[in-house]
Ligand binder design. Structure first.
Ligand code: ATP
Ligand code: MG
Length: 567
C-alpha cells in the first residue's frame, strides 16, 4: 500500500492534552483523533492494528469452542430492570429514550441481552455447553475518561458469555477461557500477568484479571516473589495482620496540634512515626454512618470494606456529615465519645495499644489513647490495602507492588443472572435448572494503547510484529530516481507475494522526514533503498525495535525478512 494514498496525519510535537506515552504516540502517529472526551475516531493505521488484534482474538476464542454473535448496542430498559441493574449501574450507564419515550441504554456489557437470548432459544442440557462471544462497541459514561483509548466512554470490547449445565462444567469452561486468554495475550505480544480479582458489579465467585505491567497502569498489582500468588490490590488478602502491642500506663492527654489535619503533617509536627496514629474515617452505609479506624500508615480498601459490611454501595461522609457526627471539624476526628455509632477497625489496630487520635475538637489530638480503655471497637476486619512490608498471604514470602493495565477479565458468574432472569433448561432427569454462567471480557481498543505503553522509545512506537499495522515499510530515499523507485516497487511486490503487508513510503519528502516518520509509526522492519547502495545491488534492512541495521543484497531481502518474521 502506498503511503501517499493513506490518511496518516503524523504530528511532529507532543499534543498538549495527552498525558500518557501511548496517548501522545497514538495522536502523533496518526492512529486516532479525538471527537469528544473519551470518544475517538480510528484512522486507517489504527484500524489495521485493531483488525489484527481482533483476528487473534477470533481465532483463539473459536479454538476454545466459543461462537461469534453480534448483539445490539441499543438495549431496552426492561431487561435491565429484571436484574435490578437499571438502578444499580448508576451514572455510568448511557441512557436514552426513543420517540415513544421508552427507556433504552447503550450497552456497557451484555449479560442481560445474552441471557434473554439463551433463555428463549436453549431448552435442553443437550444444547450445552454454549459459549457466545462478540467484538463490539461498548458505552460507559466513565467519571474520568482519559489516556486516549485506555479509558474511553465508547470503546471496543470482546465479550463472551458461557452457559453450562452445572458448576463443574462451568469451571471447565472457565479454565478453557483462562487458558485462551493466555494464548491471546501472548500472541498479541504483551508482557502480562493473570491476577486474582474482585468481581465487582457483575458479581460471582471467582475472577481473574489479565494485567499488562506498565507504569501508567491505573491498578496496583500485588505479587509474590517466591510463589505464584498475584492479585489486584482491591482483592489482595492479608492473612496475618501485623500485631504491634504497645501498652501505655499514661492517661489519655489532649495536646495542641494547630492546623495539623493530615497524618503527614501531624507526624512531622509531633515527630512521631505515622504508624502510631489512628485515622478515623466515616462512611455512609445504607444511609447510616460507620466509623472506620485504620493506622496512620495504612489506606482503607473500599472493596474489602464493602465485602465485610455486605453492601454494594458506600460513600465517604462529606464535610457536613463528619461535623454532624463528631461535633468537631474535619481533620481532627477520633473515636472517643462517638455515641450510637458502629466503630470498626482494621485488624492491624491492636486492643491494649496506645495511639494518637483526633480529639473531635479544633486543633486538638489525644496522645496515649488506648484501644479498649479510652474507646471501644465493635468489630475488626481486614480492611486495608497491602503495603510492601506485608507477607505473601499464601507462602509468607516477599511481595512486590507494581502498576498494571487491565486488558482482560474472566468471571465465574454462577446463577446470578440466570436466576434473576428466570433462564432455565431441562436437565437429564427432565428437571428445570438454572444455567451456570461465566463472562469473559477483553479491552480490544485498550490493548492497542497498552501495547504502545510497553513498546516505545524516544523516537516512537515499535509494534509487536503480530499487531503492527504493516509488517514492513519500504523506504525509497530518492523516490524521484527511477531506479530507486523501481527497486522499491519490485521489493514491495515480492514481499506482498510472500504474504507480507507492506507500506511503500512513496511520499515526496526528504529522506530525514521519512526516517523520522517511519520510527514514529513503528512498523517492525524498514527496507531502506538509497541510490548509492543500489548501485552495488544492496539495500539496508533496519529492525525498528533494536535499531540494528544490516546491508543485504536485493536478492536476499525477502529471505532475510522471512527469517525475521515470527511464525
Ligand atoms: P476498569 O476497572 O478498567 O474500569 P472494568 O472492570 O470496568 O475495567 P470489565 O467490565 O471487566 O472492565 O470490562 C472488560 C474489559 O474491557 C476490561 O478488562 C478492560 O480491558 C476493558 N475496558 C473496560 N472499561 C474500559 C474503558 N472505559 N475503555 C477502554 N476499555 C475498557
Ligand atoms: Mg470499569
Amino acid at each position: 500500500m502506498r503511503y501517499s494514498k493513506l490518511l496518516i496525519p503524523t504530528l511532529r510535537d507532543d499534543p498538549s492534552d495527552a498525558e500518557t506515552i501511548s496517548h501522545k504516540l497514538m495522536l502523533r502517529a496518526g492512529l486516532i483523533r479525538k471527537v469528544a472526551a473519551g470518544v475517538y475516531s480510528l484512522l486507517p493505521l489504527g484500524v489495521r492494528v485493531l483488525s489484527r488484534i481482533e483476528k487473534i482474538i477470533r481465532e483463539e476464542m473459536t479454538n476454545a469452542g466459543a461462537q461469534e454473535v453480534l448483539l445490539p448496542a441499543l438495549q431496552p430498559s426492561e431487561l435491565w430492570e429484571e436484574t435490578g441493574r437499571w438502578q444499580k449501574y448508576g451514572k455510568e450507564l448511557m441512557r436514552l429514550q426513543d420517540r415513544h419515550n421508552r427507556d433504552f441504554c447503550l450497552g456497557p456489557t451484555h449479560e442481560e441481552v445474552v441471557t434473554d437470548l439463551v433463555r428463549n432459544e436453549v431448552r435442553s442440557y443437550k444444547q450445552l455447553p454454549l459459549n457466545l462471544f462478540q467484538i463490539q462497541t461498548k458505552f460507559r459514561d466513565e467519571i474520568r475518561p482519559r489516556f486516549g483509548l485506555m479509558r474511553g466512554r465508547e470503546f471496543i470490547m470482546k465479550d463472551a458469555y458461557s452457559f453450562d449445565a452445572d458448576l463443574s462444567a462451568a469451571e471447565t469452561t472457565y479454565r478453557a477461557m483462562y487458558s485462551a486468554y493466555h494464548h491471546i495475550f501472548r500472541r498479541v505480544g504483551l508482557h502480562f500477568r493473570a491476577v486474582e480479582a474482585d468481581s465487582g458489579l457483575i458479581g460471582g465467585s471467582s475472577s481473574h484479571e489479565f494485567m499488562v505491567l506498565a507504569e501508567t497502569g491505573e491498578d496496583d498489582i500485588v505479587s509474590c516473589q517466591q510463589c505464584e500468588y498475584a492479585a489486584n490490590m482491591e482483592q489482595a488478602e492479608l492473612v496475618s495482620p501485623q500485631t504491634r502491642s504497645e501498652h501505655s500506663d499514661e492517661s489519655m492527654l489532649s495536646v495542641s496540634t494547630p492546623n495539623q489535619t493530615s497524618i503527614e503533617a501531624l507526624s512531622a509536627f509531633l515527630n512521631v512515626s505515622k504508624d502510631k496514629f489512628l485515622k478515623t474515617l466515616f462512611f455512609i452505609v445504607d444511609e447510616r454512618p460507620v466509623a472506620v479506624l485504620i493506622r496512620g500508615d495504612h489506606e482503607v480498601n473500599e472493596i474489602k470494606l464493602k465485602k465485610n459490611l455486605n453492601v454494594t454501595e458506600l460513600a465517604l461522609a462529606d464535610r457536613e456529615a463528619v461535623e454532624r457526627i463528631t461535633k468537631g471539624p474535619v481533620g481532627f476526628s477520633g473515636p472517643v465519645g462517638l455515641e450510637g455509632l458502629e466503630i470498626i477497625a482494621d485488624r492491624s489496630v491492636v486492643t491494649g495499644t496506645s495511639y494518637i487520635i483526633g480529639a473531635n475538637e479544633k486543633d486538638r489530638h489525644y496522645r496515649h489513647a488506648v484501644v479498649g480503655r479510652d474507646f471501644d471497637i465493635d468489630r475488626f476486619f481486614d480492611l486495608r490495602n497491602v503495603v510492601p512490608d506485608d507477607p505473601c498471604p499464601r507462602c509468607g514470602g516477599t511481595i512486590s507492588i507494581d502498576r498494571g493495565i487491565e486488558v482482560g477479565h474472566v468471571f465465574m458468574l454462577g446463577t446470578k443472572y440466570s436466576e434473576a432472569m428466570g433462564a432455565t433448561f431441562l436437565d437429564q432427569q427432565g428437571k428445570s435448572q438454572h444455567f451456570v454462567m461465566g463472562c469473559y471480557g477483553i479491552g480490544v481498543s485498550r490493548i492497542m494503547a497498552a501495547a504502545i505503553e510497553q513498546n516505545h522509545d524516544e523516537s516512537g512506537i515499535f509494534w509487536p510484529q503480530q499487531i503492527a499495522p504493516f509488517d514492513v515499510e519500504v523506504i525509497p530515499m530518492q523516490e524521484k530516481k527511477e531506479a530507486v523507485m523501481n527497486a522499491a516497487l519490485e521489493i514491495t511486490v515480492t514481499l506482498e507475494k510472500q504474504g507480507f503487508e507492506v507500506l511503500l513510503e512513496d511520499r515526496k519528502e526528504r529522506a530525514g522526514v521519512k526516517f523520522n516518520d517511519a520510527d514514529l509509526l513503528g512498523i517492525p522492519f524498514q527496507v531502506v533503498i538509497g541510490e548509492r547502495d543500489l548501485n552495488e545491488g544492496m539495500v539496508e534492512l533496519k529492525n525498528r525495535q533494536s535499531g540494528e541495521k544490516i546491508r543485504v543484497s536485493i536478492e536476499d531481502v525477502v529471505t532475510s525478512l522471512i527469517g525475521l518474521r515470527l511464525q
